[in-house]
Design a protein around this ligand. Structure first.
Ligand SMILES: [Fe+2]
Length: 376
């Protein structure tokens, strides 16, 4: 069992969920609210995790997390937290449940409204504290269990990213056993999200060599494991372990920033008429943005190729397209219902997204429109 202490204390291995009781006690949490979704509950994972606690089955649960977490759902969960007299949160699920739980933990201590915490409006000054938070991922992709961020679709239709050091969960419990039953397409989509995090973090211009090292290691693991995790997910335990590590490392790395893949996918992900999966969007958009950035990132592209085990002259964008096809992911945004006439709606949201600022080349509105058209 490896215990990695970065900013979050991470319990990482098969069987890691056994550490939940001791960690709740260490944080002084007596009555945790479990934040999850109906799919995780139906898969039996909530029962399995609550089962490691003596009184687990009696703890309150919020399982109405939407596919893309919303401000409205966050407020419902917050009401549950208060009504039940909770003093901490256990998030169990993919990025949606973890992000929603993180937003509840923030509001529970620092108060409403959620919009005041927008980092682009210096919202950090309103953060007084965050309720104790333990995150247990059931997918390998988002890495939200160790990240500074939470992404919530606000009532006004934008997708707000709150990035704040105090939102980093105190404890992450990464147990690859919980991902063994993840279906192939979800494994592919979430896995490509992790790989995108590693790549965009390395390319982001902020100076943070340790984060780059972590991102390159995550890319090394994820790129080699993802095909088997998708094809043999129920049996290849090592591939599941490697994908979970790539996911955690991707989020450790993106403290440096993300880029235009994420600004573009967030702009689409906020649209409730599409309800597109975040990881699938990133996988599709990644080759287009890699081509857009290429002329400015020669040295870093060489390091990415090396981590991925590609030839020094390999075309990175092409390699991602080939991987997407091998994983059964769509090759264009049109397959997710995105149309040419939606582009004028998407562009301003991409420019207003926090990830826009981490791209190595600042894309203009015209360039974003072209990138969307190319990715269709
Ligand atoms: Fe992501």
């Amino acid at each position: 069992m490896a215990i990695l202490t970065y900013l979050t204390t991470t319990h990482f291995d098969f069987g890691a969920i056994q550490s939940l009781g001791a960690e709740l006690a260490r944080l002084g949490v007596k009555r945790a609210l479990f934040v999850t979704d109906k799919g995780v509950r139906a898969a039996g994972l909530l029962e399995r995790v609550q089962g490691v606690l003596p009184d687990g089955a009696g703890l309150p649960v919020f399982d109405d997390t939407p596919a893309n977490p919303t401000e409205a759902a966050t407020l419902l969960a917050l009401a549950r937290y208060r009504d039940e007299g909770c003093d901490g949160i256990v998030c169990l699920g993919g990025g949606s449940s973890m992000d929603l739980g993180k937003a509840v933990a923030l509001l529970a201590v620092s108060g409403e409204p959620l919009a005041q915490y927008d980092p682009l409006k210096r919202g950090g000054k309103f953060v007084k504290g965050v309720a104790p938070l333990i995150c247990i991922p059931t997918t390998a992709g988002t890495g939200s269990e160790v990240s500074v961020g939470t992404v919530i679709v606000m009532n006004d239709g934008r997708k707000l990213t709150i990035a704040e050091a105090r939102l980093i969960p105190k404890v992450a419990i990464c147990d690859p056993e919980l991902t063994m039953g993840l279906p192939p397409l979800l494994t592919a989509a979430t896995g490509m999200d992790a790989i995108t995090h590693c790549i965009e973090a390395v390319l982001a211009p902020a100076i943070n060599p340790p984060a780059e090292g972590v991102g390159l290691d995550g890319l090394y693991r994820g790129w080699r494991a993802i095909e088997s995790a998708v094809a043999n997910g129920a049996t290849d335990r090592d591939a599941r372990w490697q994908m979970m590590m790539a996911s955690t490392e991707g989020a450790m790395a993106f403290v440096k920033g993300l880029g235009a893949v994420h600004s573009m996918s967030h702009a689409i992900g906020r649209r409730r008429d599409l309800n597109a999966h975040h990881g699938t969007l990133n996988a599709i958009i990644l080759p287009t943005v890699l081509r857009f950035n290429a002329a400015h990132c020669a040295e870093k592209y060489a390091r990415l190729r090396s981590a991925m085990g590609l030839a020094p002259d390999a075309d990175l964008a092409k390699a991602v397209e080939t991987m997407n096809a091998a994983l059964g992911l769509p090759s264009g945004l049109a397959a997710l219902g995105v149309t040419q006439d939606m582009i004028p709606d998407l562009v301003p949201y991409a420019i207003g997204d926090l990830a826009h600022y981490g791209n190595p080349v600042k894309a203009s509105a015209e360039e974003y429109a072209q990138l969307y058209a190319q990715a269709l």
